[in-house]
Design a protein around this ligand. Sequence first.
Ligand SMILES: Cc1ncc(C[n+]2csc(CCOP(=O)(O)OP(=O)(O)O)c2C)c(N)n1
Length: 697
Amino acid sequence: MDVETSNPLSASALDESCINTVRFLAVDAVQKANSGHPGLPLGAAAMAYVLWTRFLKHHPANPNWFDRDRFVLSAGHGSALLYSLLHLTGYAVSLDQLKQFRQWGSITPGHPERGITPGVETTTGPLGQGFGNSVGLAMAEAHLAARFNRPDFTLIDHDTYAIVSDGDLMEGVASEAASLAGHLMLGKLICLYDTNHVTLSAGTAITFTEDTARRFETYGWHIQVVDNGNDLAAIERALHNARAEARRPSLILVHTHIGYGSPHKQDSFEAHGSPLGVDEVRLTKQNLGWPTEPPFYIPEPVRSHFLQAQQHGAQAEIEWNQKLIAYAQPYPELASELQDLMQGELASGWDAAIPFFPADSKGMATRVASGKIMNTIVPYLPALIGGSADLDPSTHTALTGYGDFEPANLIAGSRQGSDSGGWSYAGRNLHFGVREHAMGSIINGLATHGGMLPFGATFLVFSDYLRPSIRLAALMKLQVIYVFTHDSIALGEDGATHQPIEQLASLRAIPHLIVIRPADANETAIAWRVAITSRDRPVALILARQAVATLDRTQYAAAEQLRHGGYILAEAASGKPELILIASGSEVALIVAAQQVLLKQNIQVRIVSMPSWELFENQTPAYRDAVLPPAIGARLAVEAGVSQGWHRYVGLRGDVLAVDRFGASAPGEIVLREYGFTVDNICQRALALLKSLTSSV
Ligand SMILES: Cc1ncc(C[n+]2csc(CCOP(=O)(O)OP(=O)(O)O)c2C)c(N)n1
C-alpha cells in the first residue's frame, strides 16, 4: 500500500503537521542549545516544506548525486531549519545530532558548513554569500548542460534553489550577483525570498525600504509575490511558474512573519537570534496546536511522509544513471569526458605541454607567463573555467578559443571582449564585469557544484573586494584558483590606490589558503602545477605586471623547488654563507644581483627564493633549518609589501626591506627606487646588518 493512502491524517492536516514538526524541531534545538535563531525557521518552514517535498530532486542516501537539484540556505543563521529538513528527509543527520545543535563535535554547527553535515551544499552565514554561490551553482548547471546535452538528449538538468533573507539582499555581493544572473538569463535559478521585514536589531522600516521586486525586475529577474507565507498552494503555484520560466532567474517574494506563532515575539527582532525561552516555546506550541511535550516530537505520519524523499531520490538517481548509460551509446566521447569531470581526476600528462622558459635577462612578466601556461594546460583540463572582473587584457587569463559564457543570441551585432570560440553557456571564459565580490562568491559556487575547476582574476589590490569569499573557499576546502596580478608598487603610474601593500600579508593570514608569488616564468609554471594539483584548498597566484628576468636554471636551483615554498636559489661562493638574502616574486632578481655585488666585497651570501610561506611551513623542520640555518642570524628579507610576518624568517635581529606605507604614482622603476628597492640599497642594508650584528657580539 502506498504510504500516502495509509496516512491517517487528511492531506492538509498532514501538511500542517509536517510544517509544525519542522518548526518545532528547530525551535527545540535552539532552546536546548540555548543559542540560535528560531525566528526564521518558524516563518519560513512552510515554503521550505513545499520546496523540499514537492519540488526538490535529491537523494538523501547519496547527497553527492551529480544531477540533484542544489539547495542553498543563504540565510545560514536559520541552520536549524535546514538540519530539521535533512533529518526528516533521511540524510545522515540523526535526531541526536539535532539535539546536539551548536555543540562541540556535533555535525550541526551554528551555521551550515559544507563538509561537516551531509546534504549541506555550501557554507553560509556571512549574509549574501549563499546567494552568490547559488548564482555560481546555476552557472555550473547551465555550462554543463550546454556542453553535454544534445537536441535529442537532455542529460544535465537540475535546478538551483535558495532561501534568502532581507539581510542577504541588503548585502552588496547579492546586488552584484543578481545583476549578473539577470544578464546571464539563468532561468534555472529560483530564490525564495523570506520577506519578514525584520532583521537582527530592528524592523526593515529603518534601513531597507527599497522596492526589492522592482530592483530585481530591472536586473532581469522574473518576479512573483506570495502574500501569505503559509499559503501552500500559492507557494506551489509560484514554484511551478518559476520552473516554467526558462530565460529569467526567479525571485519569489514570500511574505512571512518572523517567529510565526509566538504570542509575544512574532514580528519582533527578539525572535531573530535568541531562543524563545521555555515559557514562550510552550505558548507557541499551544498557539499552533502542537503538543508541548515531548520536545523534538515527530509524529509517525510526518516521519513517513518526509521519508518518501528516500524512495523518490533513489528512483531519480537510478533513472539518471540509466540515462547516462544510454547517452554513452550515441555520445561515447562526451560521456567519457563527463565521467572525468564528475570524478575530478586529472588526465595523466595534463601538464606535459607547459613549456620550459629559457634564461632571458629581459625576461617576461609572471602574469604573461601565467597566461601562456594557462593556454597550454586548458586543452587537458576539461574542468578549467573562469575569468576576470573586467581585466582580461591585464590579467592575461583569457582561455583563447574556449568560448565566452553568455546566453546564446543575447546581443545582436558585434560584441567586444570575446576570447573567441563562440558566445554560449558552453564557453569556458566567464565575464564577471566589474564585480569582484560576486566573482569570488560565484567561483565558490562553481567549485561546490562539482565538475568544475574554477579560477577568478583581478588586480592584487582588489583582492580585498572578494576577501570574504576567499575566506569561505578556504574554510570549505574548495579548489579555487585566484590569479592576482599587478602585485606591488612596481605597477607604477596608477599610483597608491592600485598598488597593493598589505594584501600579501592579509592573504597569508587566511588559514588553509596557499599564497604563491613566483619569481620568474619557470616558477610560475610550477606554481600553476601546485594550484592544479591542490585538490582541497584554494591557491592564490600573485603575479607581477612588469617583466622579470627568467633565471638561468643551469646556474641557479631548479624552479621545481618552488614546491618547497622556499629554497636555496644559489649558495654562497665559498659554501659558507655569512648572510642570507630572502625574497619573493620580482624582488628575487634584486637579491640575485646583490649576491654578485657583495661577492666582489668578499661577503659570502646565500640567496633564498621564498615564493610561498604556506608551502615552506609544510616542510620538515630539518628542511627549513637547512634553508635558513639557525646559526646564521644575518638575514635580510626583501619584499615589496608590508614587513608584517617576515620576522618569522629573518629573526628578531634580522632586517626586512619592505613597504610599510602607501605607494605613489610614478613610473614603476622610479617608485621602486624611491622606496629603496635597488641592488645598491639592498647591499647597503646587508652590510649595515652584518656590521650591527658583529658589533653587538
Ligand atoms: C555579512 C554579515 N553581516 C552580519 C551578520 C550578522 N547577522 C546575522 S543575521 C542578521 C540579520 C539578518 O536579518 P534577516 O536576513 O532579515 O534574517 P531574519 O531576521 O529574517 O532571520 C545579521 C545582521 C551576518 N551573519 N553576516
